[in-house]
Ligand binder design. Structure first.
Ligand code: URA
Length: 240
């Protein structure tokens, strides 16, 4: 692949901008400065720098973000900063493949929810993960206002009726980890689902954190606000 095309595919700007970056000596490949924008490079696994910043070739892009509280999962947030401001420009500017440019969140978390969020520019992956047929379990660590009792846990497991659907929704797994800490596993992603289910059993969510999607856990060493590429093994572990 021509170097300028590779840079373009990774979100470094138009082809002309990418060619300019190389010609101005702002790009290194495998540690060596390069000035030929037409240089033929092998994209898979390529490490390069642009204006001193290290980058890896990924097509498509799959990343995880540790979503901090006080951020919205929207490109056009209404009140809080967008999670997209936490990502570097190339991830946000990758050329348009489907209807949207750059990586997109796979589902949404509420403004005050923290934890594991996936983003990708693979539209098919987003579609698969959002399909109710797919049933990827998501684990939430829930801090509740009132002490938990066994009845609440049993009701969440048996199913509760929410206001927008007469069909009950049940937790795939649910355990009281401590008096005020519930671990809840859901396989669907209805609007405010955890908060509404917990309210339906007479309690109240005071803190919500997503710790796991399928077999992929939020790494303990990824601080809030930070992102990381997903490895092939991470990707495989999501759907088991
Ligand atoms: N359920 C909620 O209520 N909020 C979230 O952010 C995710 C699941």
């Amino acid at each position: 692949m021509r170097l300028e095309d590779l840079l373009y595919s990774q979100g470094f700007g138009t082809r002309r901008v990418c060619a300019g970056l190389v010609q101005q000596g702002l790009v290194t490949v495998g540690g060596e400065p390069v000035t030929d924008a037409g240089l033929d490079v092998q994209p898979e696994g390529l490490h390069f720098t642009v204006q001193g910043k290290a980058w890896e070739y990924h097509a498509p892009a799959y990343v995880m973000l540790h979503k901090p509280a006080g951020t919205e999962c929207s490109q056009k947030p209404s009140t809080w900063p967008s999670i997209y401001t936490l990502l570097p420009a190339p991830l946000r500017q990758r050329p348009q493949k489907g209807p949207v440019q750059g990586v997109q969140a796979v589902g949404r978390l509420d403004q005050d929810t923290t934890g594991l969020l996936l983003l990708t520019d693979d539209g098919k992956f987003i579609h698969r993960m959002s399909s109710p047929r797919h049933h990827v379990p998501k684990v939430y660590e829930v801090t509740v206002k009132h002490p938990l009792d066994d009845r609440q846990v049993q009701r969440l497991l048996q199913g509760v009726v929410l206001d927008d659907d007469p069909k009950p929704v049940a937790a795939a797994a649910c355990e009281a980890v401590a008096d005020h800490h519930l671990r809840l596993t859901l396989t669907e992603g209805k609007y405010h689902q955890v908060k509404r289910m917990v309210a339906a059993v007479g309690n109240r969510v005071e803190g919500l954190h997503r710790s796991r999607i399928g077999g992929l856990a939020l790494p303990a060493d990824l601080p809030p606000g930070q992102w990381r590429w997903l490895s092939a093994a991470d990707l495989a572990s999501i759907t088991g």
